[in-house]
Structures are given as C-alpha cells and as structure tokens.
Ligand binder design. Sequence first.
Ligand code: UD1
Ligand code: CA
Length: 454
Amino acid sequence: MSHLNIVILAAGKGTRMYSDKPKVLHALAGKPLLQHVLDSANGLQPQQMCVVYGHGGEAVPQAMQDYAATFVVQEPQLGTGHAVQQAMPYFEDDSRTLVLYGDVPLIRHSTLHQMLQAGEGLVLLTVNLDIPAGYGRIVRNAQGDVQSIVEEKDATPEQREIGEVNTGILLAPTRKLRKWLGRLGNLNAQGEYYLTDIVAMAVQDGVAIHTIQPAHRWEVEGINNKLQLASLERVWQQNAARELLAQGVTLVDLARLDVRGNLVCGRDVEIDVGCIFEGEVKLGERVRVGAYSIIRNSTLAQGTQIAPYSHIDSSEVGANCRIGPFARLRPGTKLDAEAHVGNFVEIKNSEIGHGSKANHLSYIGDSSVGQRVNIGAGTITCNYDGANKYRTVIGDDAFIGSDTQLVAPVTVGAGATIGAGSTITRDAPDNQLTLSRSKQVSISGWQRPQKGKK
Ligand code: UD1
Ligand code: CA
C-alpha cells in the first residue's frame, strides 16, 4: 500500500462558541479538540500530517508545537475544497490522503483503519440519519453506486429526502485528488469550493467509490457550540467509565466520574462519586478514593484510602496510607507507606516517612519527616522568610506538640519532643523535651478594661 498523508481542517471561525479562543483549542476531557484528532491521526502512522488553520493567528500551531505536523494558514476561507488544497503542496502524488476535521474529535482508530482497508479509489465515511438536515447527501444510482454528494443548500426536494449523509471524512488517491481540486468551481448556493464536488469527478474518471460507516454516531459528530462540546464530553467520559468498569474497577456511578487524561487502576480499586482524575494517575490494588476528590499526575500505592474532598497533585503516595478528608497534597509530596494525613493538612515538597502522622490542621512545606513521627494539630513549618525558602528536618520518632511553629531552617532530632505551643527557631536535640513558651501565670485581682467615658 502507498503511504498516507493526513490533512486536518481546522480553519473554521467557531463563531457559535462565543469565545476568543480558536474553536479547535477548546478542551474535551482536558485536551484540545485538535489534539484528540492529531493523536488519532498519529495512530495511523502517516508520512505527512498537515493542519489547515485560520482564525486565532498563531495560537493553533503554538498550542500543537509538539506534533510532527505542518501548519498551513488558509486565509480567506473559501470552502472545504479550498482548505484541502492548501495542504496539497506538502503531499507526494504517489500516496493517499485522508481528510479529517479538527472539530470532530472522537473519530476512532478502528473506523479510520477500516477506511484504509476499503480498497483503492475514493473512500467516503457516511452515516444514515433520521433527520439529515444540514448535511451533504450521498446520491446513489439505481444500482446503489455513489454518483455525487449534494450539499443541502443545493439539493432538490427529492435529494433532501436522502437519509445517507456525508460526514466529511474521506480518503482519496493523492494524484487524483490534486487534479480534482484543481478543477473545483464555486458556482453553488454558498459560493464555496466544495470538497464534496470531487465525488462526481471521481465517478467521471471511473474511480471506484467505497463507503464505510462508523460503529458509533458520536465518532463523526462535529462541535460548533458549547452544547455540542458538553455532550461529546459526556460521551467521552461515559466511554472512559465503561472501560474502567470493564477492567473491574468499582465506580459508584459511571455518570459521576471525570477522567481528563489517563487513569490506570489495579485490581479492586473503588472510586466514589464526583472524583476528577487529571493527567497521568496510577492507583494501586485496593485503593479507595472518596467522593469529590481530585487527583492529578500522581501515583497511589496499594491499599491506600483517600477520604472525601482530598486534592492530590504531582505526589507519590506509598502503600496503605490514610489521607483526608479535606487533605491537600501539593507537588513534590512523597508519603511513605502507612502515613496518615488528616483534615485540613497541606503538604508541599516534603517527604513523610513510614507510619508518620499529621492528622489535623497543619502546613508541612519543604520538609523531611522521618518515620513514626507524630505531628500535632496546628503545627506549621515556617518555610518562607518572604524571600527564600528553607527546609525543616524532623528525625524518626519525634513528637511535635500541637500548635508548634518550626521556623526553618531547623532540625528536630530523633525521638525529640516539642512542647505544645512552641515556636522553634533553633535545632532541637534528640530525645529531649524542647519548648519555647513562657510559664503559665495567673494574676489575682486583675480587672478587665472598662469602656472609657466620651
Ligand atoms: C461539510 C460538507 C458536508 C458534510 C458536513 C459534515 C462540504 C462542502 N460539505 O459541510 O457535505 O455533510 O461538512 O459536517 O465539504 N473548513 C475550513 N476551511 C474552509 C471551510 C471549512 O477549514 O474554508 C473546515 C471547518 O473548520 C469545519 C469543516 O471544514 O471543521 C467543515 O466546514 P463547514 O463549513 O462546517 O462545512 P459544512 O457546511 O458543515
Ligand atoms: Ca458544519
């Protein structure tokens, strides 16, 4: 088989998105629409990939700069045929060209693969609709052979009755496509160069025309407004949820899960409602995630339990940890096995050793905490002096009393005890009690201040 070029049309204004952002950069499942298409296209290992963009200036090529694709601007936009023409200089004759759309994000690899296998000639992806309004109709002769595509605005009343419509996605021999595009005119209802006019030219040239239908209607649905974006988002999320369920993950409600990236789960993982997973997330065996938790770019080892409303970002959590409710692990957090992080505890850029606990109302930043350490309620590391950040080091088996401030840089020795309410500004030695609060006194006969006379 000859090699493959892919052209992705993405020049449309997207007027009905009512947004300053180019339409194809709006996100679906956390990823720009165009990126969904580029990823599917890449899966076909094309020789050349070309994105035709228009509105939004350089925003489109800039956002997609990691892709090995050529970006060509189409200005002005004179129709789909004109758009494809912009890519033709980059394609060799002896190849095939697949036309995809930057605003049709959910086209599946298996459908495109079927098109590639359909045989030489022109391959059209079509669907049958009960209400075909708005689409180009597939016109066939009495033998059922495709004769042409007629756009709705140019169609006769009889042609408008046809339920088989053009999805826009097609595959053509490049040499022929180049020739056909060169012959397009714009004498039609919209004054545009229609890509669809190549079908009648192919018939004239005796080129075989094949039609393929996608397994799912949503694969070929385009996005023109926020309502369509939201409904395809739900399709994507339901697919993600079904896939997880099929792998044995327990989801309390498949409609109340959002995966914006890649979620990998071990056996017997349970996820309660309202959770959001972003980027690359790995959950080990028997991990349980409580309701309304948000986990981004993190790994949680087996047996760890996340209580509701916890946020975990760019962190590594060991086995059998207990986190939350209302815990916040910020980037650079590393919890060893069996650590406990309770409510309203924030940890950033810190390692917490095996079995250590910070159960209530704390901020631990830029710290190295040893094993079996107990961090009392309200303990704060003062890691920032307004200009620089410093580290706090806490040795194994230390006990930090409630409401302690550890003013970094500072080290608390192994087995040390810090008295509650202390402000620790110098290192605390191993195995001793260190405290910095003044002695409790009671003053007899003391009177509360009275309101002064005006
Ligand atoms: C097109 C098809 C129609 C099909 C329908 C499916 C043509 C002439 N018609 O109609 O048969 O049923 O799609 O949705 O092809 N675009 C550009 N540059 C342009 C014009 C369009 O990049 O100059 C891009 C748009 O961004 C969009 C896509 O091509 O992603 C389709 O354009 P649109 O104007 O929506 O075509 P339709 O009229 O819907
Ligand atoms: Ca359209």
